[in-house]
Design a binder for this molecule. Structure first.
Ligand code: UDP
Length: 229
């Protein structure tokens, strides 16, 4: 992230890298929605944000994934690196006020962290170009986009060229809600055993039960039949 952002500053004509996360729902959507598949294939980095992916790689690959990269953990590593290297963040997404609270908590924890712009995720398609201009004008190095899937991936791919000068567009789902404390994380043992999704269903049953019920079986099928070196 640091290298890419420094490179983007040196040659501001370069489009940003797109960094996304994958979990069970992502895998299911990848195989059922051609438009989403197309967006995801344009990403430069795809993190494994789910223990099932790590477990599948341990079972079927000679060089398994070393660990899960949860965006809710990565934001802290990224914030430390940003403070140490003078990088600036822009937060785009979530309901009004949520990303502000997430920013407040992060600044408190990571003294000197520069979050140079914040905007909620409820806007019309016609406003998107203006938002990109605002991000560019802010001088942000990393744009965190938490609009939910598949909207955030489409936004990243469609506006990559409008965001030249930014080093990374980092999709982040419900990160702002988690960081603002609106949705508590699962206990560590559940995270370690690939059960965070079960905790999330318990916290938000109406929204997530249907999602997991429809995507988990498909994700399990694709992980078992398609994971290889
Ligand atoms: N969201 C948004 N704009 C929208 C729809 C959703 O900013 O038009 C936000 C929503 O407020 C929440 C996040 O996107 O913060 C939803 O992410 P979700 O929980 O679906 O992400 P995931 O479960 O994929 O991490």
């Amino acid at each position: 992230m640091v290298e890419d952002c420094h490179r983007a500053r040196r040659s501001p004509g370069t489009p940003p890298k797109i960094v996304v996360s994958s979990n069970g729902a992502t895998i299911a959507q990848f195989h059922s929605q051609p438009a989403f598949r197309k967006s995801l294939l344009q990403a430069d980095v795809i993190d494994a944000d789910g223990m099932p992916l790590v477990i599948a790689s341990r079972l079927f690959c000679s060089r398994p994934l070393q660990e899960r990269v949860a965006t809710t953990d990565f934001i802290h590593t990224a914030s430390e690196a940003a403070v140490a290297n003078g990088l600036k963040f822009y937060f785009l997404g979530a309901k009004p006020g949520v990303a502000e609270e997430a920013a407040r908590r992060l600044r408190h924890k990571h003294c000197g962290l520069k979050i140079v712009g914040i905007r909620d995720g409820y806007f019309r398609a016609s406003e998107e170009k203006g938002i990109c201009e605002e991000v560019q004008d802010s001088g942000a190095d990393v744009l965190w986009v938490g609009l939910g899937s598949p909207r955030q991936e489409r936004f990243a791919v469609e506006h990559r060229d409008d965001l030249r000068g930014v080093g990374w567009i980092r999709t982040c789902g419900g990160l702002f809600d988690h960081t603002a404390g609106a949705v508590p994380r699962a206990p560590q043992w559940m995270q370690d055993h690939g059960l965070e999704w079960l905790h999330r269903v318990r916290m938000e049953p109406r929204r997530l039960a249907w999602r997991y019920l429809t995507t988990n079986p498909a994700a399990a099928f694709h992980l078992v039949t398609k994971t290889h070196d």
